[in-house]
Design a protein around this ligand. Structure first.
Ligand SMILES: Nc1nc2c(ncn2[C@@H]2O[C@H](COP(=O)(O)OP(=O)(O)OP(=O)(O)O)[C@@H](O)[C@H]2O)c(=O)[nH]1
Ligand SMILES: [Mg+2]
Length: 356
């Protein structure tokens, strides 16, 4: 399952522009009613090195699904409104990429934090409705005196009270009990957020608005990635060989898609591992700390159920020694068991007995 990210933000903050910059998908900026979708291959320089070594028939990178959600206006989340359709896109996302206008648009002053708070209010209003419905639903059983249900209902109520105070769920420091109680509600204000500061030029990457946003984001442990949306969207339309020159002219080293994905991986605690051979080099993604059988399960459920052990080569060791055989001779090929936690860059072979 690829990483699903939803781009959201206020109307005209540059979501579609950023979407185009990241995906080079040329989505129309004038069609504000529908969401655009694209699947982006996650750039990883290590893949090319593996391809050079194994000359595989097929390459499968990790991918990210990106949805450009049309601008959320105030009151959009009121039931039945256009917003409720938009909110389904948000509910489905593993992470929200919140685009914030940090460029002058000729009429409204830049108000980064204010803009973010307005969107949060919409998310919280929808979350509050969801929680109220849940509390109402379980209330009957709570009245009978079911202790666990009473505890669950009280936990939901505490989260709801804090939403009413204006604190998004992701800033509430939820206890395990509260987290479990609201789990099935897929609260939107609980989703991890990555902020994109959409700036006009590379000189503005540390502007007052960006700095204010950084401080705001730091308070909830989120990151801010400044992007020159419009310039990058233009560059992404150029042939690959011309892009570097234009990027450096603008004072940029690389297209921001790499920085963005890096930040998303960091925030979600994701790592990549590889299977590699002459038939295929395949990149797999899992949470850091993921145990070997669960990681094997990403490849095939049989591999998880029938897991015996994992042969592991670290990417750096493979590059240093130049081949699997050389790595083995150097004693760097490891046999790992069920308790092994996958590390970023592991190249693995799964030994398993197919369950009957
Ligand atoms: N100066 C400047 N203008 C930008 C930048 N990014 C977007 N714009 C302009 O802002 C306007 C809105 O951009 P869009 O990408 O359509 O914004 P949006 O958030 O998708 O808008 P809605 O979908 O209608 O909510 C366009 O006129 C863009 O050219 C930027 O980085 N700098
Ligand atoms: Mg748009």
């Amino acid at each position: 399952m690829p990483l699903r990210c939803g781009l959201l933000g206020r109307p005209q903050c540059g979501k579609t522009t950023v979407f185009n910059a990241i995906t080079a998908a040329h989505a129309s900026m004038f069609d504000a009613a529908e969401a655009h979708r694209a699947t982006v291959a996650i750039p990883d320089g290590r893949v090319q090195q593996l391809v050079d070594l194994y000359a595989p028939a097929k390459i499968t990178p990790s991918t990210m699904d990106l949805v450009d959600i049309p601008g959320l206006e105030e009151g959009a989340t009121a039931e039945g409104g256009r917003g409720s359709k938009l909110l389904t896109h948000i509910k489905e996302a593993d992470m929200l990429i919140h685009v914030v206008r940090c460029f002058e648009n000729g009429h409204d002053p830049i108000a980064a934090i204010h803009d973010v708070e307005l969107i949060d209010l919409e998310l919280m209003a929808a979350d509050a409705q969801t929680l109220e419905r849940k509390i109402e639903r379980i209330c009957k059983r709570a009245r009978i005196g079911d202790k666990l249900i009473i505890q669950e209902s009280e936990a939901c109520q505490r989260v709801l009270d804090r939403l009413h105070e204006g604190i998004p769920a992701r800033r509430q420091d939820l206890t395990d009990v509260e987290r479990a109680a609201v789990f099935e509600c897929t609260l939107m204000s609980l989703k991890p957020v990555l902020y994109v500061a959409n700036v006009s030029s590379s000189q503005d990457m540390d502007s007052d608005a960006v700095e204010a946003l950084r401080a705001f984001a730091a308070a909830e442990g989120s990151e801010v990635v400044p992007i020159c949306g419009r310039d990058e969207a233009d560059i992404s339309e150029l042939p690959k060989e011309d892009q570097a020159e234009f990027l450096s002219e603008l004072g940029l080293q690389e297209l921001s898609v790499e920085r963005l994905i890096h930040a998303a991986y960091n925030e979600l605690g994701l790592v990549d591992f590889f299977t590699a051979g002459p038939t295929e080099v395949h990149v797999w993604t899992c949470r850091s700390g993921c145990k070997a059988p669960a990681a094997a399960g990403k490849i095939h459920t049989d591999m998880e159920r029938g897991f015996i052990r994992m042969e592991v080569i670290a990417y750096d060791d493979l590059i240093e020694h130049g081949s699997e055989d050389a790595v083995a001779k150097a004693g760097k090929l490891r046999l790992e068991g069920k308790e092994y936690e996958i590390r970023d860059g592991d190249i693995v072979v799964i030994r398993f007995s197919p369950p009957r």
